[in-house]
Design a protein around this ligand. Structure first.
Ligand SMILES: [Ca+2]
Length: 257
């Protein structure tokens, strides 16, 4: 019994509290030198988002030599293209295997964008936002549903579940705070998220089906790595690793941070 209590105590102490914002300041980086090996793969349960969803993220794009895909959700045996893909140009988004009309302009490189896609089967309306502003919308067919049982890949465009990637569609860039909600959030909520900025990190709402911590915990392949989002003042301490904490180091930190 004593052993059991001790084990429970240890588990409580080492299990990070999700409500404290797991994943804060952790960016997933996909190298600029693209490779078919660089991706993150999940097999999520999308039962709760079959008829309504929002998918929002901060994304930084390193290259625009092709339309490249940072998000793809593919169903085995489904007809046509991927069910959901988000790419590096406004016309690079597909939902329910249907291309969303939009500008052919690629997004600017090396700066953070906030992107949000919202939809509900009841309204039939799918809407795409970039930096808090709606840039595209389209109506989906009656009684549409997102199929469950698919494979979600970050960093590659799948032509079959979890595979058949194309080097000209491989993503080089960064993703931060991707989350999937079971509710079609409003234009005002999207704008609020954008204006709060990428370093704002509220605890996940009850609408969240997959939060950023879930993506960070997923299997990473190739050279995908976690880097700092630059959202923590403590990042500066990495510059002092191995050094003695002297009065001058403390004075420097106080002056600058
Ligand atoms: Ca492809």
């Amino acid at each position: 019994m004593r052993f059991f209590i001790g084990t429970v105590l240890i588990l409580v102490l080492v299990t990070p509290a999700r409500t404290l914002g797991g994943g804060f300041n952790k960016v997933l980086q996909f190298p600029r030198e693209v490779s078919l090996s660089n991706f993150v793969l999940l097999r999520p349960d999308f039962t709760q988002i079959q008829e309504e969803l929002s998918i929002c993220s901060w994304v930084k794009i390193y290259r625009t030599d092709h339309v490249r895909y940072w998000f793809s959700y593919n169903i085995a045996g489904s007809e046509g293209d991927n069910q959901i893909i988000f790419g590096t140009a406004a016309n690079g988004q597909h939902f329910l295997a249907d291309a969303m009309p939009g500008s052919t302009e690629p997004y600017a490189t090396n700066i953070w964008h906030h992107t949000c896609f919202t939809w509900s089967s009841a309204s039939q309306l799918e809407e795409l936002y970039l930096n808090g502003v709606k840039i595209a919308e389209e109506l989906t067919p009656d009684n549409s549903k997102v199929p469950t049982g698919g494979t979600l890949v970050l960093g590659q465009e799948q032509d079959s579940p979890g595979g058949n990637f194309d080097i000209n569609q491989s993503f080089g860039g960064e993703i931060y705070r991707l989350e999937i909600l079971k509710r079609k959030i409003s234009a005002g909520e999207v704008a609020d998220m954008y204006h709060a900025g990428m370093c704002d990190y509220p605890a996940p709402s009850t609408d969240v089906v997959l939060d950023w911590a879930d993506f960070l915990e997923a299997e990473k392949s190739g050279e995908v790595k976690e880097v700092s989002a630059g959202c923590s003042r403590w990042d500066v301490l990495e510059n002092f690793v191995g050094q003695e904490i002297t009065d001058s180091v403390i004075a420097f930190l106080k002056r600058n941070f």
